[in-house]
Design a protein around this ligand. Structure first.
Ligand SMILES: C[S@@+](CC[C@H](N)C(=O)[O-])C[C@H]1O[C@@H](n2cnc3c(N)ncnc32)[C@H](O)[C@@H]1O
Length: 242
């Protein structure tokens, strides 16, 4: 598949197939291409939720489970249990192996499911996280609405997502890295023809941080806040379900 329009096709089957295809190299590329910062961003998201240790936390688009594991293993504050949900079976398989390796099977449950139709009851989650997943869904509003449905009143949401920084020097350097170097290395290592070209293209096409915040406010979330991480290459969005 080539061309900007097709590259950004958010059909569920296509996105799941793409992540399934890159699953074996996903973690290594994540750590390499973010110079290890991805671990720090996940810990920052979990820390910002100010968990008490009693929560049921739902990690949407859980992928290989790094954010789900961070939510039960964080030194500072952690959830009582995590339900990780993703529609890509190869990503989930790696998540399951990782959870077992970390001796966390009693704490992390993994489910195959779509974030736009979360297979959980209304108000069943104390917290929801979604790390680098929201940009991949076909309908951002529908997913945020689903998150609102599964959160209990007072429940907290944390979204991590990439952003193109706007500060001139950082924009220039990071633009070269993210749009040229990263797709080249990603393609070389993953051997997938488009997944690492899709990454910058999908970040460009996604809502800028202020618009995502505005959408959360529009959907009735309160205490909506966005935090710029690592010179604005990632944003952490926080919100509360009233
Ligand atoms: C970039 S990975 C992020 C994985 C993980 N959260 C992390 O921090 O590394 C995006 C994940 O979102 C999943 N995904 C994308 N759209 C989804 C949807 N609508 N429902 C469930 N999973 C979805 C993909 O299968 C993929 O595993």
């Amino acid at each position: 598949m080539t061309g900007g329009q097709n590259l950004l096709e958010k059909d569920a089957r296509r996105i799941a197939d793409m992540f399934d295809a890159i699953a074996p190299r996903y973690d290594a590329l994540n750590h390499l291409l973010s110079a290890g910062f991805d671990r720090r961003w996940r810990v920052q998201a979990i820390t910002a939720l100010e968990l008490s240790g009693q929560e049921t936390l739902v990690d949407l688009c859980t992928g290989t489970g790094d954010l789900a594991l961070a939510a039960v293993q964080s030194q500072r504050a952690h959830a009582r249990r995590v339900i990780g949900i993703d529609f890509a079976s190869a990503m989930l398989k790696l998540a399951a192996q990782k959870v077992e390796r970390h001796d966390a099977t009693a704490l992390v449950q993994l489910m195959r499911g779509d974030a736009s139709c979360i297979p959980l009851c209304d108000g069943s989650a104390d917290a929801v996280t979604i790390g680098f997943g929201i940009r991949n869904v076909a309908d951002t509003r529908a997913v945020c609405d689903e998150i609102r449905r599964v959160l209990r009143p007072g429940g907290r949401l944390a979204i991590l997502e990439f952003n193109m920084p706007s500060t001139p020097i950082i924009k220039g350097l990071y633009g070269w890295y993210f749009e040229r170097f990263l797709p080249w290395v990603g393609r070389l290592i993953s051997r997938h023809p488009e997944a690492y070209a899709y990454l910058p293209a999908s970040v460009h096409a996604f809502l800028p941080p202020a618009r995502l915040s505005a959408l959360l406010v529009e959907l009735g979330f309160t205490e909506v806040r966005m935090v710029s991480l690592t010179c604005g290459v990632v944003y952490l969005h926080l919100a509360t379900r009233p």
